[in-house]
Design a protein around this ligand. Structure first.
Ligand code: TYD
Ligand code: MG
Length: 456
């Protein structure tokens, strides 16, 4: 038999090549190409699944099954999934190591364990470690079963025998399928193992949740290489310095994406945050210049965020501009618009923007808020505490309409804001009730927006 030549596969994007590259031609990442041996043996029947259906079907004749879902009892988690876990689906939860993936999964086991048999497969922690964590999270259910195993064939066999209602695999990078020669965590292993779990989930109608670590060095395959295989991809994100975490749906074959769930990491596990707006704006300084509140949409959900701006004289040389939580280039553009169209001069001034709570405002609706925070700091005039503003700023200094205006205003009203500065073109289509309950100020350009603030 001819000797097998190794191939090189990128652990970030899965790019394959017979030659090694320092920089992956697929995704331009450095040092992510790893040597792997191609498969010599045909893959066993486990991975091939059931391929008995060969004839074509007429779409109209296919009977539609109402998708059955299992609710996890965790409102935020269910929301991101689109109302619960769909029977027979494969869900990937990815995130940085230590962000809380194992914690949240163990927590949802508590509710799932009331009516369902749950199999928790861990390739990372010993049964004892999991037990200790479960005690800390006060998990007490008779229907939760643990399996510390990394061999995929054994796991699939166990699923066949035990017939659980739901399976959790923690994590995919520790799983191995012995017919593949590459080591655990390599692209080939991770992909093949996921394929096997996919067939198991679909074939037996058992939902499987798979954990995938995002890794910084290129030695183990990242969850990106799996995204096209699985049904649903959820990202668990958070800043190291903040206790709150966001679960974000980025792909969902059974629901909408862009939904988020907000959690807070506490001493006894993750707590659902039902009112993230309140959390984001709590502790706002009163009567201080350079702060303004925005309302941004996270999926279908409006969330308030506090934007702070600081403008001060440059010590020497070129002025500094810094932005945290808002796009740096967009901030530079806004400074230019403010200068040219409204006559606020920022030359010889350092300008800083910071979004509180580690939030990222990547929506143009935050433009007006950022501009107001900057000008408020420049003029050292505080924006009233009960004022909220949003709108996209164009290069001509005009304020352009944003989507979901009504929902944003409703959220502002709910949290006690009395005055909202909004784009003129959104004003016409607003229902009367909102205009009665709140002082809604429509503005056409940034000049009007500032004078709306100053006149009171
Ligand atoms: P973990 O779920 O192990 O992360 P992952 O599976 O994503 O790698 O989370 C571990 C972190 O969470 C760890 O840094 C400690 C913290 N933590 C708490 O703050 N409170 C808790 O109740 C638990 C269980 C963990
Ligand atoms: Mg873990």
């Amino acid at each position: 038999m001819a000797k097998l030549k190794p191939i090189y596969i990128c652990s970030e994007c899965g790019y394959e090549s017979p030659k090694w590259f320092g920089k992956c031609p697929g995704c331009n990442q450095w040092n992510t190409m790893n040597e792997e041996l191609p498969n010599s043996t045909p893959l066993s029947s486990v991975s091939k699944g059931n391929s008995a259906v060969t004839q074509v079907m007429q779409l109209n004749e296919i009977k539609e099954d109402v998708e059955k879902r299992i609710t996890t009892g965790n409102k935020e988690f269910d929301r991101v999934l689109g109302g619960g876990i769909v029977i027979g689906s494969l869900v990937l939860i990815s995130g940085d190591p230590g962000i809380g993936k194992s914690t949240i999964l163990l927590q949802i086991c508590q509710h799932l364990g009331k009516n369902h048999k749950v199999l928790y497969v861990s390739g990372e922690e010993s049964a004892n470690q999991i037990k200790m964590r479960a005690n800390r999270l006060k998990i007490d259910t008779d229907k939760l079963f643990l399996l510390t195993q990394t061999d995929v064939s054994v796991i699939v066999e166990t699923i066949r025998i035990e017939k659980p209602d739901i399976v959790i695999i923690d994590s995919i990078q520790t799983m191995v399928y012995e017919e593949i020669s590459s080591s655990a965590g390599s692209v080939t292993q991770v992909r093949e193992c996921t394929n096997i779990f996919m067939h198991t989930a679909k074939g037996m109608g058992i939902p499987i949740i798979v954990v995938g670590h995002v890794n910084k060095d290129g030695a183990i395959a990242g969850p990106k290489v799996l995204e096209h295989i699985v049904d649903t991809v959820l990202y668990f994100e958070g800043e190291k310095n903040y206790s709150y975490r966001i679960l974000r749906g980025v792909k969902n074959r059974f629901g909408s994406t862009n939904e988020i769930g907000v959690f807070e990491m506490t001493g006894s596990g993750l707590r659902e945050v039902e009112n993230p707006s309140l959390m984001m704006i709590s502790g706002r300084p009163k009567n201080t210049s350079g702060t303004c509140v925005a309302c941004i949409m996270e999926g279908t959900r409006p969330i308030l965020a506090e934007v702070q701006g600081l403008v001060c004289a440059t010590g020497f040389g070129t002025p500094r501009r810094m932005s945290t939580g808002f796009d740096y280039n967009r901030m530079s553009m806004l400074l230019a618009v403010l200068e040219k169209r409204a006559g606020y001069f920022f030359n010889n001034m350092d300008a800083y923007i910071n979004v509180i709570g580690g939030m990222k405002l990547d929506e143009p609706a935050a433009d007006l808020t950022v501009s107001l925070a900057l000008v408020s700091s420049l003029k050292d005039k505080a924006v009233d505490d009960n004022v909220l503003a949003f709108g996209e700023v164009g290069l001509a200094g005009e304020i352009r309409a944003v989507s979901n205006c009504e929902q944003r205003l409703f959220e502002a009203y709910r949290l006690g804001f009395e005055r909202c500065i909004i784009p003129f073109h959104n004003y016409k289509s607003l229902p009367k009730e909102i205009k009665v309950n709140m002082d809604v100020v429509p503005v056409r350009n940034i000049r009007e927006a500032f004078s709306a603030l100053v006149e009171e």
